[in-house]
Ligand binder design. Structure first.
Ligand SMILES: [Zn+2]
Length: 189
């Protein structure tokens, strides 16, 4: 048996094993489309590999018109400017939320993002699957990715699968919905 005497552990939280509640399979995806969404009440910040400020929105909640209460998890947005337009993922999010400020510094971006707590905005969502084959013998292979509900593998009855084996590494992959586009709410100057 491994020696854990040096870890200075607290006693384990006690679990009622006869009444165990297993974790779910994550958040089921919603049909691709346009939704009214609500920003989270708190935000996690970190840096991208290029040292850009990045925020994680987790969760964004669907307010309507359908699938009210569904959650979209782990939306990560950076301040990196798009290669093909004068905008950025965080900029798109702030404008969708109606933030009129023009942040320049990282601190100003944080202030603006924190001002979106609980705000309602519009966006389009798309179902998504991604696997980088981590911790498998196929870790060096190109990632497996699907974007869009029409491309998700189907069950025998024609409904979309919620999970299936990655065709490259065979690990189970889950279908998620992602926000594909934040719909701008600021009138053009
Ligand atoms: Zn895989």
């Amino acid at each position: 048996m491994a020696d854990i005497t040096q870890l200075n552990l607290a006693e384990p939280d006690q679990i009622e094993w006869d009444d165990y509640e297993p974790g779910g399979e994550g958040t089921p995806p919603i049909p691709d489309g346009k939704y009214v969404l609500q920003a989270p009440v708190s935000f996690a910040f970190d840096a991208t590999a290029e040292r850009r400020l990045r925020v994680t929105l987790d969760p964004v909640v669907v307010v309507g018109p359908t699938h009210t209460g569904s959650k979209i998890r782990w939306i990560r947005l950076s301040t990196k400017r798009y290669a093909n337009r004068n905008g950025s993922p965080v900029g798109d999010y702030l404008r969708a939320c109606g933030v009129m400020a023009s942040p320049i510094t990282n601190e100003q971006y944080v202030t603006c993002i924190e001002a979106t707590t609980g705000r309602v905005f519009q966006g389009t969502t798309q179902q998504h699957v991604y696997c980088n084959h981590k911790d498998t013998p196929h870790a060096a292979a190109a990632p497996y990715a699907i974007d869009g509900q029409v491309s998700i593998p189907k069950n025998g009855d024609g409904t979309s699968k919620l999970s299936f084996p990655c065709p490259v590494c065979q690990k189970t992959v889950f279908v998620n919905s992602q926000v594909r586009r934040f719909i701008d709410s600021i009138p053009k100057a």
